[in-house]
Write a protein that binds this ligand. Sequence first.
Ligand code: PAF
Length: 298
Amino acid sequence: MQILNSIPELHLARRLMTGSVGLVPTMGYLHAGHMSLVDYARRENDLVIATIFVNPTQFSENEDLTTYPTDLPRDFSMLESAGVDFVFVPTPEMMYPRSFQTYVTVEQVSQGLEGAQRNGHFRGVTTVVAKLFNLTQPNIAYFGQKDAQQVVVIRRMVEDLNFPLKIAVCPIVREPDGLALSSRNIYLNPEERSAAVVLYNTIQTVNSHYFAGERHPNRLLEIANDVIKAEPLAQMSYASLSDPITLYDLDMPTEDPMLFSLAVQIGKPRLLDNCILPLSLNTRDGVTAVLGVDEKAR
Ligand code: PAF
């Protein structure tokens, strides 16, 4: 595995690459969720580029940029064992030199859910992802379903700005008790860690009502709220049932796929989770086909 520490090094390496390239962009402190993206990329491309960059522009003022966990030696050894060919590790100064003044903003789909809670977050994400796409020129870029809105926003940007690549979405990887993997889970103390299973329990409960025939978004949200309220350490940030393309909140029953997403504060971290209803769509092909893909607009 070649470690590329600068943009000129990446440019040179990219020029010499032949065959298809899969990109796995990360902020490091890798876990099995990231590694599943790498595994898909490895299987589906001739070469894999991973990037590790804690992107300052996607953190809002009250967020954990300075304390965001990092462990580069561990990340490198995980990526190397997984067969990654190149890892690009720029510094903030390389990505955002003093003269920097160009940002990418995706409008409507960036505004609700996480966008409403985290000022400027998606502008930071789309700006850095656009730069990483330009720098690495992948055929397929891999993102996790865990950040479902991020996928929808990035897909909108790819479509609107004609990036010549495909987005692959990979299902959420969970701990044995159902907690979705996240680098921020390390902030949970043991008591909070036990409480954090409430997010998965909420998904399971909502799904069992959906499976039993409940289709009214408001009723499903009431059920979700009741589960969260019963956990004293959990504070609901939001729960939403939305259209998986437009992210508009649903207020009428529908047989079309719905995106159920929730954000819950437990101790320091705000934890995110989501699923597509029906649950049978939460596979690599299912989430890739449903999240953010506007077939009607093609
Ligand atoms: O999902 C992430 O880790 C980040 O938002 C990303 C896509 C690497 C951009 O910084």
